[in-house]
Design a protein. Sequence first.
Length: 141
Amino acid sequence: MYVTRPFGEADREALIALWQRCELTRAWNDPSLDIDRKLVDSSDGLLVAEGTDGAIVASVMVGHDGHRGWVNYVAVDPAHQRQGIARQLMVEAEQWLLDRQCPKLNLQVRAGNIEALAFYESLGYTVDACVSMGKRLIADE
């Protein structure tokens, strides 16, 4: 059905196109730079799922700081949604973190993304009583 594997450089264009189809990209984030930054951290934490034709249909980016793990760029091509791929990727992301003895996984969902919130709640995630704050240190232009 679907095969999950680490990202390879030959996947870059297809992965960025997937993120664009899933509306994950934003003008202030260069997705190619985000890939480069992840590869410096750990190349095995960027996973892609291939369909039977070898096309990339999903992705997840996993990382951690030793205590808290994070997932980003969870994407499933709209034509392949509701087939369990995102659930499979989240299981693999959680295992990736467990293999590194990381005790907690955090994720952020854009405000108003009710579908994503419902998906994560179905996997057992709950809303933490905290405020997410950010500060841009490098502008992607």
